[in-house]
Design a protein around this ligand. Sequence first.
Ligand SMILES: C[S@@+](CC[C@H](N)C(=O)[O-])C[C@H]1O[C@@H](n2cnc3c(N)ncnc32)[C@H](O)[C@@H]1O
Length: 432
Amino acid sequence: MILDDVEQLLHERIGLDAGTVGASGLNYALKQRMAACGVADPSAYWQRLLAAPPELQELINAVIVPETWFFRDPGAFAAMTRQALAMRGPAGAARGRPLRLVSLPCSTGEEPYSIAMALFDAGLAAPDFVIDAVDVSTRNLAAAAHAVYGRNSFRGRDLDFRDRHFKPVEGGYRPQAEIRRQVRFRYGNLLDPVPADAEPYDVVFCRNLLIYFDRETQQRALATLHRMLAPHGVLLVGAGEAGLPLARGFASLRLPMAFAFVKQAAGERHNEPARLPAGVPALHLPPSRPAPAPPLRTRMPARPAPARPTVTSPAAAPLRAVPPREAAGDSLGAIERAANEGRLGEARQAVRRHLDAFGPSAAAFYLLGLACDAEGAGEEAVEAYRKALYLAPDHREAMAHLALLLRQRGDAAGAKALGERLRRLEKRSEHR
Ligand SMILES: C[S@@+](CC[C@H](N)C(=O)[O-])C[C@H]1O[C@@H](n2cnc3c(N)ncnc32)[C@H](O)[C@@H]1O
């Protein structure tokens, strides 16, 4: 039966597990291609497919899912930016040379262009980084090179980046030349072997492709991604793929909503804490079980300065028994897990319940900021990050995320001030 044969061929060629697009998706693509070729008989089409490689490429173009948009999962770009700055820093693995990043699959270009915008926004200059962008769809690559984007490519609520990095053209918006020059598009297949002399990457974005593979192909793809990365390079996957790299040569960076992993060297234990790329300081992660600390009430400053954001003082809250600290830690751990697995709405609601139950904490406001940020609720995210920083002025992750968000929202001065504060903190921790 031709459908089975086509499924098998697509699986061999691009790893597609037909179950993930459904029989109707495959049927639709087949019908489209048969009509385009003017062939009514499925067997005749099958013969043509085998005889003419360009037709196989057309079928691939028709069957793949091209879904993508700018700054999809903003947490991933914030985490990438922070790692990139550290890798380029004085103790970083990429000091003195351009940082090498790849977006594979890049689809129609929104992801690699977002990487370029984020790195420019963070203060890097053109010679500081190169971005390769690879995809198996020639149709998507042609759209990426044309680089005119309509509404569907801009989905968040914060679109200030569009004013800064795009110019309006007929049919939509085009990234400015400095952004486009930073990205090198090329045709490629994740399932093809990595050449022995291939230069390794510091950062690989491989998002929203592994979900279309079966287990065995996922394993093969992850082995390829591992080979593509420099020692302790960083891999970013999609929200629905965050469980896959663990125990396959990667350790989680434990950055909520970034879905980011660091390559482990052979011999490193699978579940040991992530070793960060050289130059990346240790993170303040929201602890799943916080160390003993003063009672929640005493952690709040007695009188908040008026210019700062308002945080409801637990002292003003109705009297209630102080819940055991372990329960607070478990609750934060559960929120972090929901966030890491991309259950954003759930994470956001759970943080609000957590704040009601346990009172304000930097860890909870940071998680709330991430969840709002990822859902495109920029204003709420800014407010939550500010509250986290009010409670923990050295919270580097909140600082890095807030800086990126402010920049995206057009507050360049605010972002710059935070960036400088962050760099001072990181320098201080390097000297420790
Ligand atoms: C859903 S898009 C993901 C785009 C982007 N990474 C993102 O997350 O927004 C999936 C892309 O994977 C590409 N693709 C499918 N199989 C591939 C393969 N074996 N090698 C490289 N790219 C592939 C498709 O052409 C499509 O552009």
